[in-house]
Design a protein around this ligand. Structure first.
Ligand code: NAD
Length: 368
């Protein structure tokens, strides 16, 4: 079929020994950047995304069109809960890897739509593991996005992978923690190679409008007040550093180790890594950098942090990722936010920030 031909073409690497990667959540922030980076080094990429309306769908469409389709990367409009589609996809294409990033992200929205988290982060994750373990031959190695939020109310910092993760502070964190347990089961039963990546507050161009740095930039431009949590500190991690980490993890995840036709070469790996920046910054300082870059003051309201699922402090120890695939974050928050603001001003056509009027920007502000 024409569909299968297009998908196979997109999945075919353009270099010797290149990977063939299915990227779920490819129209998302991290997924779009990773797909571009994989394609740029000659790997084959097929994207998949359901383009849901959790935040501005036109931004997802723009990432998909301008960053991926324009480079010849196919992005399927599909849901990870569509088992028949995944089965057909794995039958059509011998993917070497799956980069599974599709999920319901965001900590606070869980209080509005708890079932969305269960559907994508638990049922959907099982759908992807199930299809890769049982319907792909050979099995692809899986790299998927867990989250630093699994450390929850753990007081010990910096966070290391062996710290306790049994006290999630939000349903979002609980579904990521559940995902890590599900990964263990699929690795154990089916010999699926699975690597979980715990991302720490990823930011940058083409970012997520629901995240603080983005919504604060929007509020500063449009003159709306912002609410800051006193004492909150985050290990803000620049998107290019995270994308490099994802590619490194894919490279070490290796070729398939099991196959349903029986041959196995040793136990398949099950791994988990922090991908952070290793230098937490106060959220108040993040706002000060944005004010400087935008040339406009924020109307700030500083309150104590309510129990809405946020944790006060995150800080990654990345020594395991450094040891196993040379991960080394190199972008400071000042530099990374400068790249973000340059993109933001251009994308939303904010020629005159001081006047603050941009209909495109105001429309983008409407997140679910
Ligand atoms: P994002 O929301 O921009 O990307 C996720 C994409 O997945 C979206 O485009 C969405 O449409 C798609 N999607 C959601 N449910 C789907 C489904 N059922 N079927 C198909 N597609 C679906 O978020 P992001 O910031 O790019 O995050 C990527 C991954 O990293 C997520 O798993 C997220 O939980 C995790 N993560 C992100 C951060 C961060 O700071 N950005 C931090 C920790 C973990």
């Amino acid at each position: 079929a024409a569909w299968e031909r297009e998908v196979r073409r997109s999945a075919t690497p353009r270099r010797n020994g290149g990977l063939s990667v299915l990227v779920t959540g490819a129209a998302g922030f991290v997924g779009a950047h990773c797909s571009v980076a994989l394609h740029a080094r000659g790997d084959g990429v097929v994207g998949l995304d359901n383009f849901n309306a959790y935040y501005d769908v036109s931004l997802k469409r723009a990432r998909s069109r301008l960053l991926l389709s324009s480079r010849g990367v196919v992005v399927l409009d599909a849901d990870i809960n569509d088992g028949a589609l995944l089965e057909r996809l794995f039958a059509a294409v011998p993917f070497t890897h799956v980069l599974h990033l599709a999920a319901q992200a965001g900590v606070r929205y869980a209080m509005k739509a708890p079932q969305a988290y269960v559907a994508s982060n638990v049922a959907g994750l099982v759908g992807v593991f199930e299809a890769a373990a049982r319907h792909a031959d050979p099995q692809p190695a899986i790299v998927w996005a867990s989250s630093s939020s699994v450390y929850g109310l753990n007081g010990e910092t910096p966070f290391s992978e062996d710290h306790r993760t049994d006290r999630p502070a939000s349903l979002y964190a609980a579904t990521k923690k559940a995902g890590e347990a599900i990964a263990h089961a699929y690795n154990h039963i089916y010999g699926l190679s699975i690597t979980g990546l715990r991302f720490f507050t990823v930011y940058g161009p083409w970012g997520r409008p629901d995240m603080a740095y983005f919504s604060f930039a929007r509020a500063i431009v449009s003159g709306e007040p912002i609410t800051l949590f006193a004492d909150a500190r985050r290990d803000f991690t620049y998107i290019d550093d995270v994308a490099r980490g994802c590619l490194g993890a894919l490279d070490t995840a290796g070729k398939s180790t099991g196959s349903k036709s029986g041959k196995k070469s040793g136990p398949a790996p099950l791994r988990v890594y922090n991908l952070g920046n290793t230098s937490p910054v106060a959220v108040t300082r993040m706002v000060a950098i944005l004010e400087k870059l935008l040339g406009k003051k924020a109307h700030k309201r500083v309150v104590t942090m309510p129990s809405n699922g946020d944790v006060p402090f995150t800080h990654a120890n990345v020594s395991h990722a450094a040891r196993d695939f040379g991960y080394r974050p190199t972008t400071s928050l000042d530099v990374g936010l400068r790249h973000f603001v340059e993109w933001f001003v251009k994308y939303y056509k904010l020629d005159d920030i001081k006047s603050g009027s941009s209909n495109v920007l105001l429309a983008a502000g409407k997140t679910t």
